[in-house]
Design a protein. Structure first.
Length: 352
């Protein structure tokens, strides 16, 4: 998109408007049932379609946020709508798809089907979550399953990391694919498809680039955790930015679990498009504002003594298409990471 393009297809003179309208339709109505809302309200209180939805914490093609949104929407129409949600380390890469999780999911889905097959009926349902575990203990994942009445109540508290280091990020052209980017080798290394096919990396991705050019990637570490915490849910990275050189920019986040020996495992990631175009209205304020970069989420146990690393970058290619606003410059005085936790306490960590 270039400055001045309408996002609502409002201009009658541009073929691009038809393209944008079709693109939005394909990414919403044709992609997920959440957007096919014409008949949902009519069903409320009558015969409601029964839904058992399985989503993958680590499925980076179809992250669970849309399933969460649909669950919340249907329960707002009727608190006993027969919609149940299960989340685990399943799906497309980076998912490990452990057999123990699929056995459990299949058993739950079969039980739900037997209850509803002769006619859907009101039901008090839950959100069921299983963890992502990297290592030989993965076979024991079923004993760490969690439930909540809603996606939000899987967690009871928060873990907040206040990173004090300032950042400056430039948008530059990514290298010709599939070359590993020497300015941030984790770009290709964390890609769900090509990292596996080209680099033959396991699904649990380990960082190979703890330090790079500071204008290509911001990297900051928390203090060590004094006690274990279970991260479960989505979470976000909050950035108060100044943008110069362009009216749009992409801000990508990666969150890592760093062991005392320095090994860093990817927990989750997220992406946000800062858009200051003024047609019909700016989505984000320019030249400065605050954004929450929503994360894909996970259920992940952080051990005592581990640190949480936050990476921010304008280019996380090939997982996300880089912005065409070359020359965009993002600066920020600090960064904040907020992760929902199972523990019913509020914990804050310093970071640098």
């Amino acid at each position: 998109m270039v400055a001045g393009d309408p996002y609502d297809g409002g201009s009658p003179n541009s073929d691009r408007d038809d393209f944008i309208r079709d693109l939005r339709h394909g990414l919403t109505e044709l992609r997920g049932a959440f957007y096919q809302d014409e008949s949902w309200a009519e069903q409320a209180g009558n015969r409601e379609v029964a839904i058992f939805s399985i989503s993958g914490w680590t499925d980076e093609l179809f992250p669970p946020v849309e399933a969460f949104r649909q669950f919340s929407y249907l329960k707002a129409l009727d608190r006993v709508w027969p919609v149940e949600l299960a989340v685990g380390d399943v799906g497309h890469p980076l998912a490990q798809n452990p057999p123990s999780q699929w056995h459990h999911l299949n058993d739950r889905a079969w039980g739900f089907l037997k209850e509803q097959i002769n006619g859907s009926h009101p039901k008090a349902t839950t959100v069921f979550s299983m963890p992502t575990i990297c290592g030989p203990t993965a076979a024991d994942d079923s004993i760490q399953a969690l439930t909540g009445r809603t996606p939000q109540t899987l967690s009871n508290g928060t873990l907040t990391v206040n990173y004090s280091t300032a950042g400056t990020l430039v948008n530059r052209m990514p290298p010709s694919f599939p070359v590993v980017d020497p300015r941030d080798p984790d770009n290709l290394g964390t890609d769900p498809a090509f990292g596996y096919a080209l680099l033959h990396l396991p699904n649990c991705r380990t960082s190979v680039a703890p330090a790079v050019s500071p204008t290509d990637r911001y990297t900051a570490y928390s203090a060590p955790l004094p006690v274990p915490r279970i991260y479960v849910g989505l979470g976000f990275a909050r950035i108060s930015y100044t943008l110069t050189g362009a009216s749009t920019a992409t801000l990508n986040a990666r969150v890592w679990d760093v062991a005392p020996d320095g090994t860093a495992l990817l927990m989750t990631r997220g992406a946000y498009r800062i858009d200051g175009n003024a047609t019909p209205a700016a989505y984000d304020p320019l030249p400065s504002g605050t954004v929450d970069v929503s994360l894909f989420g996970n259920q992940w146990t952080l051990a005592a003594g581990h640190r949480i690393r936050l990476d921010l970058t304008q280019v996380d290619y090939p997982t996300f298409l880089a912005s065409n606003s070359l020359g965009a410059l993002l600066t920020f005085p600090n960064a904040q990471l907020v992760l929902p936790t199972r523990e019913a306490t509020e914990m804050a960590l310093a970071g640098a």
